[in-house]
Design a protein around this ligand. Structure first.
Ligand SMILES: C[S@@+](CC[C@H](N)C(=O)[O-])C[C@H]1O[C@@H](n2cnc3c(N)ncnc32)[C@H](O)[C@@H]1O
Length: 248
């Protein structure tokens, strides 16, 4: 499938250099528009985060890679000139475990923007996220984007790592926009690694969560995390669903 082929092309250029999906040229293969064309520009307003509010609207972008989608997403949902006031109130925090990618993200971040990029591994210490919330006097991010990240956490940290990721994001978010990679991508990622003569992902063979990963994620979020699926924005050209959850 296109999604897996594209990631394969990228990894093949630099074998084994992206075991966490930390591709250096990700957006040449998967431009922001592929996802943004499915997401309404009115999303924040639709969710009730309009300019009448005093508090800031906080958006979290998990595994933001080199930041191109983060910046494009910000401009997409905060673009109308009449919303200048609103614009000042929307803040986006993007983080990624790859330091080089975060440096690149900082380089493309427009001066004086309300976008911040952080070097952070979500499976480790997440104090920095709490500090960011505290600085904005908020207990939660209003919207959390977790796009094309779940498979990498799942392959590297197993079923418990995936479920912990979902629980943790649910615990700090009012809304969660999730794009989980389908199972065929796991097989492709594992096959690529084997072809390169490297050992499998630590957890690939023992994963019990397999098949319809997006459905497993939905079940976990709804049964154990107090979240509810409220909308699907359809599937991307890479055949991945964009699912929007809300805290119940
Ligand atoms: C395939 S890219 C997707 C980038 C972006 N979210 C998007 O959809 O355009 C996956 C990103 O997740 C990051 N990532 C994987 N595991 C992570 C973790 N434990 N903590 C933070 N970032 C992580 C990788 O470094 C990589 O940049």
């Amino acid at each position: 499938m296109a999604t897996c082929r594209s990631e394969a092309v990228e990894e093949a250029k630099d074998p084994g250099a992206a075991p966490h999906g930390n591709f250096m040229n990700y957006y040449t293969f998967n431009p922001p528009e592929n996802r943004l064309s499915l997401i309404p520009a009115s999303l924040l307003r639709d969710l009730g985060y309009s300019d009448g509010q005093d508090e800031a609207t906080l958006v979290l972008d998990v595994g933001c890679n080199s930041g191109e989608l983060s910046v494009a997403f910000y401009n997409h949902v905060v673009s109308q000139p009449e919303e200048e006031t609103h614009k000042r109130k929307v803040h986006l925090l993007g983080f990624d475990l790859d330091e080089t990618l975060i440096q690149r993200a900082q380089e493309i971040n427009p001066p004086d923007s309300n976008i911040t990029f952080l070097h952070l591994d979500i499976t480790k210490n997440t104090d920095q996220l709490q500090n960011y919330l505290g600085r904005h006097c908020c207990s939660h991010f209003h919207l959390c984007l977790c796009l094309a990240v779940t498979m990498w956490v799942h392959l590297n940290h197993g079923d418990s790592g995936l479920l912990q990721l979902l629980s943790q994001l649910a615990s700090i978010s009012q809304h969660l926009l999730l794009e989980a990679q389908p199972w065929k991508c796991y097989r492709s990622a594992a096959r690529r690694l084997r072809k390169l003569g490297r050992s499998d992902f630590d957890h690939f063979k023992t994963l019990k969560i397999r098949g319809d990963v997006a459905e497993h994620a939905r079940e976990h979020l709804e049964r154990h995390c107090g979240m509810q699926l409220i909308q699907s924005f359809g599937s991307t050209t890479w055949d991945r669903q964009l699912l929007l959850f809300r805290r119940k």
